[in-house]
Design a protein around this ligand. Structure first.
Ligand code: ZN
Length: 269
């Protein structure tokens, strides 16, 4: 699950991507946002980035740690939730987490704790958490989920990277959306030269922008599917967009992706 799985929040993703892929994530992060804003999705992506033992950009998606994390069975990703019938994680749970954090990771290079509703933890629990953020072992990382990060102690907040998610409709990048529309036109008309010219222009974009562009391309082709006289060609375009998106998530370079797109068009003509 790469960062592109998170809806909207373009600016936050642009800030996070180099930290994530460059393996420079903080050991303590607050992920806050209203319900439905994707806090759990982002926490999952960050946890995978932390436990990934592959080489290059994290999460690599192919190492044993990434595969276990994707299946939700990684022993070094631990989610702490309030006990049954309780609203918040209590101080005893925080103390148990503190004891557990001093046991080295089972498999991954890092041990990651995801705390649900960290902003609801009461005073004593927050102090115990603060101690852990300050004095915890270097391999331990903490992701604090919060609806209202302002309810966390200032001292806790000051030790964390704060990642705020917005819930509003993902804002559309109009320039990329238009380029995707042109790509779809070229693809559907079979105009190979126009497509190649366009791909050359698109080389100015970075990987994250190309990922967004490919997502728009897929969306545009899906919208044109109904009522199009040549559904087969539209469907082949959607399949190609899917393949390119998957490749982009495996960190294939933008030049290579665009070359692939042109080759795909050539093959269809
Ligand atoms: Zn990995």
């Amino acid at each position: 699950m790469p960062l592109s799985c998170l809806a909207g929040n373009l600016q936050l993703k642009q800030q996070l991507l180099p930290r994530l892929t460059g393996r420079r994530l903080s050991h303590a992060m607050i992920v806050s946002g209203p319900e439905g804003s994707g806090t759990h999705t982002l926490a999952g992506i960050l946890a995978r980035g932390l436990v990934c033992s592959g080489t290059g950009a994290a999460p690599c998606g192919i190492c044993a740690d990434c595969r276990k994390a994707a299946a939700g069975i990684h022993p070094d990703i631990i989610t702490i939730r309030p006990e049954a019938d309780k609203k918040a994680i209590n101080v005893d749970q925080v103390r148990r987490m503190r004891a557990d954090a001093h046991i080295r990771p089972n498999e991954a290079p890092r041990k990651v704790y995801i705390l649900e509703g960290a902003d609801l933890i009461q005073g004593e629990g927050q102090n115990a958490m603060l101690k852990l953020l300050e004095e915890g072992p270097a391999y331990a990382a903490f992701i604090l989920l919060a609806r209202n990060s302002g309810a966390l102690l200032t001292t806790v907040r000051s030790r964390c990277d704060q990642l705020r998610l917005a819930c509003d409709e993902p804002s559309r990048d109009e320039e990329l959306f238009q380029q995707a529309g042109q790509l779809a036109d070229c693809w559907l008309s079979g105009d190979e030269h126009a497509l190649m010219d366009l791909c050359v222009q698109l080389e100015k974009y970075d990987r994250q922008q190309v990922l967004i562009l490919l997502g728009y391309l897929r969306q545009t082709l899906c919208e044109r599917l109904s009522g199009h006289p040549d559904r087969r060609t539209v469907l082949r375009g959607i399949t190609l967009a899917d393949q390119l998106l998957q490749a982009a998530e495996r960190n294939v370079g933008t030049g290579h992706l665009l070359g692939w797109l042109c080759a795909g068009a050539k093959a269809r003509i």
